[in-house]
Design a protein around this ligand. Structure first.
Ligand code: S3P
Length: 439
């Protein structure tokens, strides 16, 4: 599963533009949740549009190891034979979740209430990521979970006793922590509530309701009663707005571009990138807006335009949390200064996305200043050079798009993890007009 020892580099020719109608990879967040909830539902669930990326395949493999019958994904179609809330079986090995923070944080909640012990492990990057944010609330619910002294994986979840419900206020805006507590709450006695400091993606709440499980939302508080059941259903996973973002930014910055991204999820808790790019002057239009299985979807058209630097509104930060590496590339191509604040969470993603992006932008000749909770980027002329993605998929894909406006070739190191979220990225990017090769 791990890509720790698998060097892949991207080589980019400078210039060009993007055109065409593209369907990017399936939504990663929704694909994870589709497997998890189908597995503990009663009856069969049929998933279409499933992301066949390494992260979501890690979740799928984990449930197979716990005895769930799941078909081999083919063209985004997967069938899950749900085992019911109490039908998971003790795995005979640790569950290796690769690079996937979502798998580890959501599974820790879902598994805390099972009557078996289980260990969750991951690759080099996941093994450095903070897990106290999930083990702390789960301990309050009565779970016993061991981690390293630093609060990092592996997580050893002890055989659960009956969990207690809690009313928990999230210390940070995190959909993974919210989802972890809600999934544990399914197995707790009484009502579990989570209050969030700012809106975060709500796919867990929406999908639970789709599976027939009641979830109440009042303002920033979400509550559910433990002890209910889920009924299998059909799930149509939209294309991932986080994957669409690379093409949105590429089209916005490269003169002559006009791309249409089809069937993209535009859940309002995910559309910060559209707001931010529009504030920067991007030409983005939504077509054919519709709702598919409880999630809003649209075709997104982006045409090139001159961007300008902005102060990014802090309220948009959690709504665009995965899109900042690409937004930084847009800022580098904008006229004037872009200022990001309130984004300290970027430091604990698959890499420290503020530091790693700043290093790469500097190599490419862009003036930027790192701050505690963000970055200040001066728009300028991108040069060529070699940048290191540090195994972070979103950083690799963002710098690939930077080549559209660079003066000379760009080489990007450590790109294997692009396969975690967007296995067809290179093929699709080439089709759209990006001069990209793998070496
Ligand atoms: C995710 C939530 C976000 C996001 C991650 C996916 C999810 O993480 O960065 O890629 O599916 O719930 P945080 O909850 O840590 O913000």
């Amino acid at each position: 599963m791990s890509n720790d020892s698998n060097p892949v580099q991207f080589e980019l020719m400078p210039g060009g533009h993007l055109n065409g109608q593209l369907r990017v990879a399936g939504d990663k967040s929704i694909s994870h949740r589709a497997i998890m909830l189908s597995a503990i539902a009663e009856g069969e669930s049929n998933i279409t549009g499933f992301l066949e990326g390494e992260d979501t395949l890690a979740t799928l493999a984990a449930f197979r190891t716990m005895g769930v019958n799941i078909s081999d994904p083919k063209d985004g179609k997967v069938t899950v034979q749900g085992v019911g809330m109490h039908g998971l079986q003790a795995p005979d090995t640790a569950l290796d979740l690769g690079n996937s923070g979502t798998s580890m944080r959501l599974l820790s909640g879902l598994l805390a209430g099972q009557d078996f012990a289980v260990t969750l492990t991951g690759d080099k990057s996941l093994s450095t990521r903070p897990m106290r944010r999930v083990t702390d609330p789960l301990a309050l619910m009565g779970a016993t979970i061991d981690s390293t002294e630093k609060g990092t994986p592996p997580l050893c979840i002890q055989t659960g006793s009956q969990l207690n419900s809690i009313a928990y206020t999230l210390p940070m805006a995190s959909a993974q922590v919210k989802s972890c507590v809600l999934l544990a709450g399914l197995y707790a006695k009484g009502e579990t509530c989570v209050t969030e400091p700012a809106p975060t993606r709500d796919h867990t709440e929406r999908m639970l309701q789709g599976f027939g499980y009641q979830v109440q939302r009042e303002g920033s508080r979400v509550c559910l009663q433990g002890g209910g059941r889920l009924s299998g259903m059909d799930i149509d996973v939209p294309a991932d707005i986080s994957s669409a973002t690379f093409f949105m930014v590429g089209a916005a910055i490269a003169s002559g571009s006009d791309v249409s991204l089809e069937h993209v999820g535009i859940n309002p808790t995910r559309t910060g990138v559209i707001e931010i790019l529009r504030l920067m002057g991007a030409d983005i239009s939504l077509h054919n807006e519709r709702e598919v299985g409880g999630e809003p979807v649209a075709d997104i058209q982006v045409r090139a335009s001159q961007l300008r630097g902005i102060q990014i509104p802090e309220a948009q930060v959690p709504l665009a949390i995965d899109e900042f590496p690409a937004i930084f590339i847009a800022a580098a191509c904008a006229e004037g200064e872009t200022v990001l604040t309130g984004a300290e969470e970027l430091r604990v993603k698959e890499s420290d996305r503020i530091a790693v992006m700043a290093d790469g932008l500097t190599v490419l000749g862009i003036d930027c200043q790192v701050t505690d909770d963000g970055i200040i980027i001066q728009g300028g002329q991108l040069q060529g050079g070699t940048v290191n993605s540090h195994g972070d998929h979103r950083i690799a894909m963002s710098f690939a798009m930077a080549a559209l406006r660079a003066k000379a070739p760009i080489k990007i190191l450590d790109c294997a993890n692009v396969a975690t979220s967007f296995p067809d990225f290179v093929t699709l990017a080439k089709t759209a007009g990006l001069g990209i090769q793998i070496s």
